[in-house]
Design a protein around this ligand. Structure first.
Ligand code: ATP
Length: 237
């Protein structure tokens, strides 16, 4: 569904992504692991159109999307839930969700309402809190809201940048199980994490990044069984 070919991305003189290639298959959950500074956020941001690659190609559902603007990438069916969540804390939960759908529903308010209902079904913990200020929610609920907002554009591919950061293990597991549920509805998922074991447990396949390149790839069972990866990345829940 998504093909990355020989991608190179710079921040000024720093090469954050080095001739990187991989594929994401339709319907799978791919976890990308890697330490701080490995280039994971840059990779997701480049796919989402936030950074322009110096070289290489990004092909989504057979069409090149390399270098397209973020709004256009969203319209093609790719949504990014960024690391900092970027929730508007003074706005309500409902308004935050609606912002995720800014380019749709200009006319059809009933479709909008239905989409909000569908998302709240996936996140029962947000139900009844639609009019609360997003900033008053716990970290876990804010992360759920950020994912919910990402889903409002009805993406075929949802990318999440370290959704478990700062959250308690129990909340992390809840979020992972929501991702599994989401995958069952047909959404393809790319999940970036630093060292969270539960992100491996829910993965179909795994990539490990180091210094802008891929050092390991395989199915999740093989990666879990790899002792060196265990030691380097799997310290946490
Ligand atoms: P983290 O988990 O810390 O977000 P990461 O794996 O997502 O790490 P990136 O944030 O993509 O890694 O960073 C990759 C490299 O690019 C690092 O060397 C980082 O210092 C550098 N970098 C990232 N953003 C910028 C920027 N805006 N300007 C300059 N260098 C940057």
């Amino acid at each position: 569904m998504l093909k990355i070919k020989n991608l190179s991305v710079y921040h000024g003189y720093v090469q954050a992504i080095k001739e990187l290639s991989f594929e994401v298959r339709e319907g799978e959950l791919l976890t990308i692991l890697g330490a701080n500074g490995a280039g994971k956020s840059t990779l997701l941001g480049t796919i989402a159109g936030l950074h322009r690659p110096a070289a290489g190609e990004i092909i989504f559902r057979g069409k090149p999307i390399t270098g397209q603007k973020p709004e256009r990438v969203v319209r093609q069916g790719i949504s990014l839930v960024p690391e900092k969540r970027e929730i508007f804390s003074t706005l309500s939960v409902l308004d935050n969700l609606m912002l995720g759908a800014f380019h749709r529903y200009r006319k059809n308010k009933s479709v909008l309402r239905k989409d909000v209902e569908d998302i709240l079904e996936l996140f029962p913990a947000l139900q009844g809190r639609e009019s609360e200020k997003a900033g008053s929610l716990s970290g876990g609920l804010q992360q759920m809201l950020a994912i919910g907002r990402g889903l409002m554009s009805r993406p075929a591919l949802l990318m999440l940048d370290e959704p478990s950061i700062g959250l308690a293990p129990l909340v992390v597991r809840e979020i992972m199980s929501i991702l599994v549920q989401l995958k069952k509805t047909g959404v393809t998922i790319v999940l970036v994490e630093q060292n969270t074991k539960s992100a491996l447990n829910v993965a179909d396949s795994v990539l490990v990044m180091e210094r802008g390149g891929i050092t390991h790839s395989g199915n999740s069972q093989d990666i879990i069984a790899d002792a060196l990866i265990q030691e380097a990345y799997l310290g946490r829940a």
